[in-house]
Ligand binder design. Structure first.
Ligand SMILES: CCCCCCCCCCCCCC(=O)SCCNC(=O)CCNC(=O)[C@H](O)C(C)(C)COP(=O)(O)OP(=O)(O)OC[C@H]1O[C@@H](n2cnc3c(N)ncnc32)[C@H](O)[C@@H]1OP(=O)(O)O
Ligand SMILES: Cc1cc2nc3c(=O)[nH]c(=O)nc-3n(C[C@H](O)[C@H](O)[C@H](O)COP(=O)(O)OP(=O)(O)OC[C@H]3O[C@@H](n4cnc5c(N)ncnc54)[C@H](O)[C@@H]3O)c2cc1C
Length: 618
């Protein structure tokens, strides 16, 4: 299609087949970026044209039957043979078989494989290798490889997630993609070596962007071992917007439908009101609308931060890697948790029709919810963020200045809320900062008390991990609230837009406090009276947002073809669309279904079963 920008290409594909996870999804989302980010210029020159022109079609094969989260526990091995300058890839155990990678089972002819690197008898941890798994002539599986699909899943039916194992497959050193810290360049004649691959291929197939194996097998380690995790950080940074998009689309469908659907007399003999006028419907949907706006802003921020930090990394400055990791890991978890739960609420708010595929909501849900698992299981990601927050806390206690969004850590916790009837945005931010700072401190105190009580570091960590999770979640929630408030206050929006968007932002902050009241009140930061202000403000904001609710979802500007929903159509012709959808159901193409003759007729009219048997033989 000639679109070069990754995001634009994604939107184009979304329009063509919304939430139909593409069998080339991993090719675009991880295989191409991994070559781009983990490759040397020479190797990009060799592979990118092939991959961009769909000669090499690939995926990112890291997860195994036995390990997904714990990358350092992966069992696939890549052992360097200095005699032939090759790596021997092997799946030594049942649990080492790659399992889950998207587009692996039947589509890809290459994959980037994460394997434990062994050279000169020593292990150097997980590294990436470019491996051809199918012939580029006839797509047959190459010798030494077993590959297939993993079978039906909760969703993702259009993606051939697969399994893959190696039986002492020899691969070249050529693909260790390396641009920096090149100690001793790969001999030129090896670099541009024609890329052929069956059994004996030179050692250059190892992705050597950041680390390298010399021809004699000497290993040169990268500036930071986590650079090899870069592709995951990119996807995590993209998933936040992806989750926001799913939640926004679900809000469009459920709020438009709630403006069309009328149900139950408002009073005896009265007309049936739009269900959007029920306060309980507003209580469930309007905060989700606010969350969709908040997550969209958060998604933009984290992706822009990724681009900035990745730029620095490419120039050798790794200083902001930890902060980017903590931000992307935490927001990936926070956004997919919020979006998945929110899409389900949107579905339920549409009653029976929400349960129909005609609503478009099940498809959005099964497309977004695996985001809680892939690219780093959410709890594990939150704990990674907590790990970073603990380090910030101890630095704050030593009087060190903290970067960016973590400056609130270590603040004075004795103050009380400034919340008044007006519910100022600044008081909302202060409340979230206080909550997060308090939970970070509580987790740190818990860790310290366990260690002082004799627990080892890892025991204290596990014994504090619930509080660490709470702290990380509060940190991410603060980020989203503050980022939303900053956007409202910074935006040069028209006064009308600011008024409406300020209400949406206020609702996001107020609702988040009321839904997590214990964490905000545990230390008396809020008085009971101030909680009353918040409750009254929330109900007032529902009334304030109601007249603009449909306009606020129309503003997301998703075309009907992307929503794929009879309930969320722009023209509101819901019932005709549902009826047409039903009529078009394949089972309605015949008046009597063939199974009647075989299974029902013998029960209903046993005497005429013989006709049925005749029919069954047709
Ligand atoms: C276009 C839009 C598309 C959007 C939709 C796309 C759909 C895609 C479709 C589906 C696609 C699905 C595709 C898939 O699913 S692909 C498979 C995805 N799999 C994962 O994400 C695995 C998750 N696990 C991990 O990442 C690691 O094992 C973790 C991180 C958990 C531990 O790791 P490890 O055990 O090695 O480390 P450590 O815990 O000892 O910590 C050691 C230190 O390292 C630091 N550290 C750790 N990690 C990073 C990092 N990344 N950058 C910078 N630093 C990092 C860490 O802060 C710590 O620092 P310090 O505290 O010591 O200072
Ligand atoms: C739709 C889909 C697509 C995928 N695509 C790909 C792909 O293209 N390529 C690829 O390589 N992989 C892919 N995966 C695999 C995915 O990356 C892993 O499933 C994910 O990383 C989680 O690992 P796991 O399955 O081993 O879960 P586990 O880590 O076994 O998680 C199980 C439970 O254990 C808990 N747990 C694990 N470790 C810890 C810890 N340290 N502390 C506290 N709790 C812990 C988790 O919180 C979770 O509740 C895909 C998965 C899905 C569902």
């Amino acid at each position: 299609m000639g679109i070069t920008d990754m995001q634009e290409a994604f939107y184009y594909r979304e329009c063509a087949a919304a939430h139909e996870n593409s069998p080339l999804g991993l090719h675009y989302a991880m295989f191409l970026p991994t070559i781009n980010k983990q490759a040397t210029p020479e190797q990009k020159k060799k592979w990118l044209p092939l991959a961009e022109n769909y000669k090499m079609i690939g995926t990112y094969a890291q997860t195994e039957l036995g390990h997904g989260t714990f990358i350092r526990g992966l069992e696939t091995t890549a052992t360097y043979d200095p005699k032939t300058k090759e790596f021997i890839l092997d799946s030594p155990t049942l649990t080492s078989k790659k399992y889950w990678p998207g587009c692996l089972g039947k589509t890809s002819n290459h994959c980037v494989v994460m394997a434990q690197l062994y050279t000169q008898g020593k292990s150097h941890g997980p590294h990436m290798f470019m491996v051809q798994i199918r012939s580029m002539e006839d797509h047959s599986v190459l010798p030494g490889i077993e590959v297939g699909v993993i079978g039906n899943k909760f969703g993702y039916g259009t993606n051939d997630n697969g399994f893959l194992s190696f039986d002492k497959l020899r691969i070249p050193r050529e693909n260790m993609l390396m641009r920096y810290s090149q100690v001793g360049r790969i001999p030129r004649e090896n670099m541009l070596m024609r890329y052929s691959q069956v059994s004996r291929i030179p050692r250059e197939n190892m992705l050597m962007r950041y680390s390298q194996v010399h021809e004699d097998g000497t290993y040169v380690k990268p500036q930071n071992a986590k650079l090899a995790y870069g592709s995951m950080v990119l996807i995590r940074s993209s998933i936040v917007s992806d989750a926001a998009r799913g939640l926004a689309q679900a809000c469009v469908i459920s709020i438009r439908y709630s403006a069309v659907r009328r149900q139950t007399e408002a009073y005896p003999g009265g007309e049936e009101p739009q269900i959007l006028d029920y306060q309980t419907q507003q209580y469930r949907l309007f905060p989700l609308l606010a969350s969709a706006y908040s997550l969209q802003l958060a998604g933009k921020y984290v992706f822009n931060t990724y681009l900035e930090v990745n730029d620095q990394i490419e120039k050798g400055n790794l200083e902001s890697m930890p902060e980017l990791h903590a931000l992307s890991a935490g927001l990936k978890a926070f956004s997919t948790y919020e979006a998945s739960a929110g899409i389900e609420v949107c579905r339920i708010c549409c009653g029976g029709h929400g349960y129909s595929q005609a609503s478009g909501l099940p498809k959005i849900y099964v497309d977004v919810v695996p985001g809680c698992t892939y690219e780093g299981e959410n709890t594990v990601m939150m704990l990674q963020t907590a790990r970073y927050l603990m380090k910030c806390y101890s630095r704050a206690k030593q009087g060190q200045k903290l970067p960016g969004f973590v400056q609130y850590i270590g603040q004075n916790l004795n103050k009380k809320s400034c919340m008044s009837e007006e519910v100022a945005l600044g008081c909302l931010v202060m409340a979230y900062e206080h909550r997060a700072a308090r939970l970070v401190e509580a987790a740190a105190m818990r860790m310290q008390s366990l260690i002082q009580g004799g627990k080892k570091q890892h025991e204290a960590w596990n014994g504090s991990s619930v509080q660490l999770f709470w702290a990380a979640k509060a940190h991410c929630h603060l980020f989203c609230v503050k980022n939303f408030v900053d956007a409202i206050q910074a935006k040069s929006l028209s006064s009308k837009t600011v008024t409406v968007m300020k209400s949406v932002c206020q609702l996001y902050g107020v609702h988040g406090i009321l839904e997590n009241l214990g964490e905000f009140m545990q230390d008396g930061f809020f008085s009971g009276e101030q909680v009353g202000y918040l409750q009254r403000k929330m109900l007032a904001l529902f009334e304030n947002i109601r007249p603009n609710a449909v306009a606020l979802v129309d503003a997301f500007d998703y075309p009907d073809m992307v929503l794929g929903s009879c309930l969320g159509r722009y023209d509101g012709q819901v019932y005709q669309a549902l009826y047409d959808y039903a009529k078009s159901a394949p089972m309605n193409q015949t008046e009597i279904h063939s199974t009647y003759y075989k299974h029902l007729k013998p029960l209903i009219n046993p005497e005429t079963t013989s006709d049925a048997m005749q029919f069954a033989k047709l």
